[in-house]
Design a protein around this ligand. Sequence first.
Ligand SMILES: Nc1ncnc2c1ncn2[C@@H]1O[C@H](COP(=O)(O)OP(=O)(O)OP(=O)(O)O)[C@@H](O)[C@H]1O
Ligand SMILES: [Mg+2]
Length: 208
Amino acid sequence: MLSASLVHELRQPLFAARAMAQLAQAASRPDQVAGHLDGVLAQLGTLDLLLRAYSELSRSPLTEALTFDVWQAVDSALVVVGTAARRGGVGVRLLGERGVLVTAPALAVQQVLVNLLQNAIEALSATTPAELTLTVLAGPARVRVVDNGPGVAPEIRGRLFEPFRTTKPTGTGLGLVLSRDLARGFGGDLVLLESAPGRTAWELCLPA
Ligand SMILES: Nc1ncnc2c1ncn2[C@@H]1O[C@H](COP(=O)(O)OP(=O)(O)OP(=O)(O)O)[C@@H](O)[C@H]1O
Ligand SMILES: [Mg+2]
């Protein structure tokens, strides 16, 4: 499972870096080229962080608990998916409480959020206006990710957390399985609160 997880997590920044490099190639103005190259560097930074995390698992940010503000994890996850959200015309709203502290492996929390955000952005590809709302709640600490897309397809509704269940031509169907494993591994959980056309809500529960 670790190697499947590694492949899944590394694919996202890798594909994003490639897409940004292609944008840089196609751009005509030097400031546009520079902007896209900044994006490539940010994605390579994420790749480096992930590889370092996996190379020293015993002390990695994927397993080692730190105390941090939930918004730090939300902000880092938004940096990773920022280009995809902008390209998809997805409006992002941030709601809820400030200063909610959790003790958990920061990178694992960030990775679960990246997977949820990525899924939401993909689900919103045919929705206008596309809206993604992130809400941080306290007592117990949790993050809600809500999109106004079409909802989870009925044929996979009851089997979302089975490996290789995907409705996407290039999907692995591992994102949710790995995310729930990561969440339960650090004492949290990942649940689908509701899903209907126009509103799909996920909740990542975090340890205190
Ligand atoms: N926000 C959402 N709205 C509608 N359907 C969703 C949403 N999130 C997940 N799904 C459905 O759940 C399936 C499984 O998601 P999961 O993240 O496990 O794999 P994937 O997204 O298909 O592949 P990968 O994560 O490797 O790109 C998706 O293919 C999609 O059909
Ligand atoms: Mg996914």
